[in-house]
Design a protein around this ligand. Structure first.
Ligand SMILES: Nc1nc2c([nH]c(=O)n2[C@H]2C[C@H](O)[C@@H](COP(=O)(O)OP(=O)(O)OP(=O)(O)O)O2)c(=O)[nH]1
Length: 149
């Protein structure tokens, strides 16, 4: 089975998380995911994520912690998806070359849309951040502890 190493960016703004809808004509069009893409052979995953985000969203980011890494079988492929928190970004993401919609989701609203299957472990963690936020005034990377999700 072919394994694809894919990296994805979890942006947080005011406690909301950025989701992107794959544009018509792309693999898995219409599904929601995080910005990112495939790691090239021999490439550092964090560097790959910076490169993909720059290509797709046209912005520079600082890549923080690995929040989730789960391999998922999708047809004949295994998607080895690693999701990293983005700690700083040069500009607000507003448009993407690969997506036809960008939206910020509160943790309690993440399941309002249909996510790509490999993204579900990360999305479940985000949904669990609601409990964490209810004990704290705001969610941010400074006070989200991924081990609690
Ligand atoms: N970018 C991204 N891809 C994801 C996610 N979840 C998921 O299953 N995928 C899948 C879709 C694709 O099969 C693969 C990544 O492909 P891509 O098309 O985004 O990557 P890329 O920009 O490097 O590809 P390409 O257009 O250069 O061929 O991983 C996700 O959250 N973000």
């Amino acid at each position: 089975m072919t394994k694809l190493q894919v990296v994805a960016a979890v942006f947080i703004r005011d406690g909301n998380v950025l989701g992107c809808r794959r544009a018509p004509g792309r693999v898995a069009a219409g599904q929601w995911e995080f910005p990112g893409g495939k790691v090239e052979p021999g490439e550092d995953p964090r560097f790959a994520l910076q490169r993909e985000v720059a290509e797709e969203l046209g912005i520079d980011v600082t890549v923080g912690d690995l929040l989730d890494r789960t391999p998922t079988a999708v047809g004949e492929l295994t998607i080895d998806l690693a999701c990293y928190g983005i700690t700083e970004y040069s500009l607000e993401p507003i448009a993407s070359s690969d997506h036809d919609a960008l939206s910020w989701f509160a943790p309690e609203d993440v399941f309002a849309v249909s996510w790509a299957k490999p993204d579900l472990p990360m999305v479940r963690k985000i949904a669990a951040w609601r409990m964490w936020r209810s004990q704290n005034s705001a969610v941010s990377f400074e006070n989200v502890d991924p081990s609690r999700a």
